[in-house]
Design a protein around this ligand. Sequence first.
Ligand code: NAG
Ligand code: NAG
Ligand code: NAG
Length: 969
Amino acid sequence: MAFSNTVCLLGLFLALPLYWSSPFAYGDTDPLEVAALLAVRNKLKDPYKYLKWNKKRDPCITNWTGVICYLNNTDGYMHVQELRLLRLNLSGTLAPELGQLTYMKRLDFLWNNISGSIPKEIGHITALELLLLSGNQISGSLPDELGYLPNLTKFQLDLNFISGPIPTSFANLVKVQHFHMNNNRFSGQIPPELSQLNALKHVLLDNNNLSGYLPPELAQMRSLTILQLDNNNFAGSVIPNSYGNMTKLLKLSLRNCSLQGTIPDLSAIRGLLYLDLSMNQLTGSISTNRLSENTTTIILSGNQLNGSIPSNFSGLSHLQKLYLDNNWLSGSVPSNIWQNINFTSDTNVDINFENNFLSDILGILEVPQNVTLRLQGNPVCTNASQRNITLLCGPDNGNDESEETLDNLNKPVSTCPPQACPTKNHFRYVPTLPNTSCFCAAPFGVGLRLRSPSISSFLPYRDQFDMFITKNVNATPNTPLDKYQLYVDSIEWEKGPRLRMFLLFFPRYSNDSNTFGENEVQAIASTFAAFTIPGSDIFGPYDLLNFTAEGPYSNVILPSLSSAGLSKGALAGIVLGSIFCASVILLGILLFIRKKHKSSQVEVVKNQSLTKFPMKMDGVKAFSFEDLQTATNNFSTTTQIGQGGYGKVYKGTLADGVVVAIKRAQQGSLQGDKEFYTEIEMLSRLHHRNLVALVGYCDEKDEQMLVYEFMPNGSLHDLLSARYRAPLGFGTRLHIALNASRGILYLHTEADPPIIHRDIKANNILLDSKMTAKVSDFGISRLAPISDPKGLTTAHISTIVKGTPGYVDPEYFLTNKLTEKSDVYSLGIVFLELLTGMQPISHGRNIVREVNTAHQSGMMFSIIDRNMGQYPSEGVKKFMALAMRCSSDETKDRPLMLEVVRELENISSMLPESDNTSSEFVNVNLSSSGTSVASAPSTSVYDRRSTYLTGDRSGDDLVSGVIHSIMPR
Ligand SMILES: *[C@@H]1O[C@H](CO)[C@@H](O)[C@H](O)[C@H]1NC(C)=O
Ligand SMILES: *[C@@H]1O[C@H](CO)[C@@H](O)[C@H](O)[C@H]1NC(C)=O
Ligand SMILES: *[C@@H]1O[C@H](CO)[C@@H](O)[C@H](O)[C@H]1NC(C)=O
């Protein structure tokens, strides 16, 4: 485990792809769940081969498509937490074995072609929170068992062929907030027992075959905001008067439900925005006492309503649609309905009074341009005495649905012609950027559908929508998007009515970059996928339909689509990198465990002039080929521990007994002598107790090899993520942070010329036998620029972005400007890991955002790694404050390395003596067999290790074997 520095030096001359980072995994997946997943896979058909589920590999560790796991520290297993298989064209059926994924919180097969019925075993997944099966071909009826999911909040089965009744057992779903079950074939009575569901907000049961009566009890649901039951057949039922008590209601839609009786008094529902009771057999007159000023839509068409049109519709200043057509209304047409509306160019008021008995017009009728008033089929149209009315009496244009189209949505908003942007990278001009005529950037697309909006015309709410979305979507932690970064590219009203829309997100305006960073795209996507956007009264719940990640984003791994878009190159990089690093680490372990001092027969050949470019480099040895040949037993396969496209890695014991790892570049991957020497020369000049040292190299006989110091305690990443972790106290963590910082400070200020590391991460902070941290991997480092002496411009190096996702300075990502502060950012992330034990990115969550969120809500201590044991809260606070400053988005907000070191020293000096000693280090030091975590199942750990020591060393085994092997015995 000492030699990821070796690996990463190789990164330079072997050009591993960017993604080759974190090779280590947590524990294995729970075997029961592996079996369940395999059974699930067996029942699925995957015609487009989107599912990268390699049956021979561990699901959680090898990132099976859509399988998202977490580590349970108690039982040491990875458990499936989410199954996200959105829109992958899957068919087949749902296996009953899904019920064995008992830790699962999200079961998501949205928009596939799954058929068959819902297995009752899903009712056993007691942790389940989101059951998302919309848009498939699921049939059969709902099992009663689904009613026993105590934590279910979202129940989304719309657009399937599910039949049978809604089980009364659903009255137990006490946490459920969303019943989205529209467009199925449900039949029977709506169970009155559902009235117990006090968390229920949205009941969408439209377009089914429900019958019976509307239960008056439903009015008891305390949180209900949307009740949409259109196109069912409650023949003979009335609308219960109690529904007038649903005071939270925003939308009541009971179109075409065969309802009778009168319209109850709804005046207590002060916030009602949308009322549709059309196509029933309702009688009586319309009363509009105290309508909500914000009401957008009233549709009462196709009933038998009589009496006159109430005068107080004129109080509706946000009215968009008023349909009273095809009733028995008599009296006058009011001419002041629109008097309180504040017209803008977007206003569109649609009033339909056709086919009634309206005989005249009250007052003078002046219909504004933005208002459509239809009167055909009323006596008033045949009354010759009315002026100017023929137009209003013309035939219906036929389109009853909203006429809003893409065309009137896409008004010119920028002076920049679309063709001004290069299309080959899918760049587009940012349409709504204020004050700048032309900025071309690559958008990221999100397909949405508002499934029950409370408006009838989107255009007037466009601004509000843009603000609502951008306020709630962060691309970078704690920084909401600017409004111009969202452009609603198209909308289309669908039956329901529902509103399908396509959103384009643009990167923030900048002189240096016109693309989002990968993290940013992921952040936007996961906001939508996780349904974290808060509910909106006006826009209602949404469906996530798809993501469109083209051009520069085509390789980004999106939360719902998993690795479907991952390029082969990147994947190969991951695998090779993993195998290689794991191998090197295993070497370290092997050597350490079997610490046998081979008596060496080797003659030490000192600096013979065998090398092609003999050079003098302090402290770095030029090994002869024979030296390393002997150290590795003639590069025998038994000493080989890794292989990739770039070459092989061997364990070696030098003549003096020193244990090293030797990387041997393979023919064809050799780099030029000059580059090789430049790199070695650079490394040889770096001497600091907190930097891992290059021991030597070999360059002869068409061979290039590198030899590194051995670090027996592995990387900080191992330490924080090992399955059975010994407690790691605050003192130790601070000690590691301080030492790593000192190493980096040296690179920035004392190395000549200064060096920016560029890939600081927990994997590159290694620990020696005394748990002293040393920074490794200068493989992609670059010499730092000499600062402008006047300090007028920030010195930086422009270069393609390298580094590891989660650790890359967002500003560097955007601008490609590399500064020392980019290292400070990455180090800040490492600090956050030290404090929280979290990974920089896990399950689509970004550590910076999580910490900031916790901090802002005053819950900072809730995210401190529980494995830290007792800690001095003042010290932790200060360390946290420092970590957060380091990981600020803005370069200028981050401290310099010198300040970082000083602050850490300062915190360290506050600790009691005992916390600062290395006594607790013993616990985590592998060499001290005997000290251990008592509860760890040591036998099985040992067994596993033996397997890896002797068994087939395929890359996967190595990857998963590593963690077990470094666990304390
Ligand atoms: C699996 O995902 C983790 C976390 O996103 C990543 O670090 C790791 O490299 C991935 N492994 C593979 C084999 O894709
Ligand atoms: C972890 O596993 C233990 C033992 O199986 C179990 O009791 C506990 O609930 C699990 N914790 C979580 C968070 O799943
Ligand atoms: C349900 O959620 C609560 C609160 O998040 C949690 O404590 C509980 O363990 C969950 N229940 C199950 C069965 O997972």
